[in-house]
Design a protein around this ligand. Structure first.
Ligand code: GAL
Length: 364
């Protein structure tokens, strides 16, 4: 029996070494962006592969499947993270883990307590979606002290912060890529976003929680794609909408009242805010893809329906299922003994541009 376990374990480790936790599964991993994860010799600056996972003489005590896993979500009341956490829970339960998923209620102090409770309960591994990216160093210190293998998701800390603990990996997406794709969606329209032909693209930006790197980089790179392509741009307004549909609606209504026809493009850092913005666009008698463009990120079902109906110019798939699968794969690697070298601790799943031409591929 022990021999069989050792064989299964070493086979799993070999597989993990060959694929990295970034190479298996349906989704691909990418080089870390230079802004958040320095290159490392171990990774050769490309694949975020575990640095060393050679089996030692002794085998880890905990067998992966059947272990107990604590999952901390920054808040349940977030459309994208609801899809993500449901996918995560299903994958873990289907694999035979005992899973507890807790709601941080957007309160870092509360989440810190939840992490401590999981540690006291003796979970085998943690998957954490931090409330505040700025709390990452404290979280990492806590899990390192407790020696709990940990996968961070959705809110990416800096490579330096992660370097403090080698049984820790971040699974997410390259936020800059989603911003670039949003800009490209506008560039792919007939007039490249310059609907009124005055030589510049006038836009409003409805931003997520700016503490979050996704909000920062989507805001920056969506516009950068336009300027890189030689377009002149004019930002009429930038307002924080905290990823929230109602806020997206209110912000867009206010901006439409203030700037009216000047607005050619509505950039939303996520779909929930875009779906809210669409309600205001329609109430103002504007028509998406005719006299205004609207883009989001996530590919929520509601947004896919609107893309299909021509009421959103496009969105960008934020692959909740792919990220959940990768997070579990990395967690199992950690449980099997993988460790990560500094600079190789971010594993990315690709974003995908969604337009009316390919939206059917993402529906149902
Ligand atoms: C983003 C996602 C947003 C929101 C946010 C939470 O990746 O696009 O909709 O869920 O994560 O951190």
């Amino acid at each position: 029996m022990k021999k069989l376990f050792a064989f299964v374990l070493s086979t799993a480790m070999l597989f993990s070494l060959l694929t990295g936790c970034g190479g298996g599964g349906a989704s691909s991993s990418q080089p870390a962006p230079s802004s958040s994860a320095p290159q490392s010799e171990a990774s050769g600056g490309s694949e975020a592969a575990p640095a060393s996972s050679a089996p030692e003489e002794s085998t880890p005590e905990a067998a992966p499947a059947g272990g107990t896993i604590g999952v901390c979500i920054y808040k349940f009341d977030d459309a994208f993270m609801t899809t993500y956490r449901n996918a995560l829970q299903k994958i873990l339960e289907d694999k035979g883990y005992t899973v507890t998923v807790v709601d941080g209620n957007n309160d870092q102090a509360k989440q810190n307590e939840q992490i401590n409770t999981f540690i006291t309960q003796g979970v085998d591994a943690l998957i954490i979606n931090p409330v505040m990216t700025s709390a990452a160093a404290t979280i990492i210190d806590t899990v390192k002290t407790a020696d709990i293998p940990t996968v961070l998701i959705n809110r990416e800390p800096t490579a330096d912060e992660m370097a403090a603990y080698d049984k820790l990996v971040y699974v997410g997406c390259d936020a800059a890529q989603s911003g670039t794709f949003q800009g490209e969606l506008i560039l792919e329209t007939a007039n490249k976003g310059d609907i009124n032909g005055d030589g510049k693209v006038s836009y409003i930006m409805i931003q997520g929680d700016p503490e979050n790197i996704d909000a920062k980089l989507r805001t920056e790179y969506s516009v950068k794609a336009l300027t890189d392509a030689g377009m002149e741009v004019e930002q009429l307004n930038l307002t924080r909408g905290d990823w929230d549909r109602e806020k997206g609606q209110t912000i867009c209504a206010n901006d439409l009242a203030q700037f009216g026809d000047q607005i050619e493009v509505v950039f939303c850092n996520n779909d929930d805010m875009a779906v809210g913005a669409l309600q205001s666009i329609q109430s103002a008698g504007r028509k998406v893809n005719e006299d205004i463009y609207l883009v989001g990120v996530d590919a929520l079902d509601a947004a896919l329906n609107e893309v299909k109906a021509g009421n959103m110019t496009g969105t960008v798939l934020n692959d909740a299922n792919g990220q959940a699968a990768k997070a579990v794969e990395c967690m199992e690697g950690l449980l099997a003994g993988d460790t990560y070298a500094a600079g190789s601790q971010s594993v990315y799943v690709d974003y995908v541009k969604v337009t009316p031409a390919n939206v059917a591929d993402f529906m149902g």
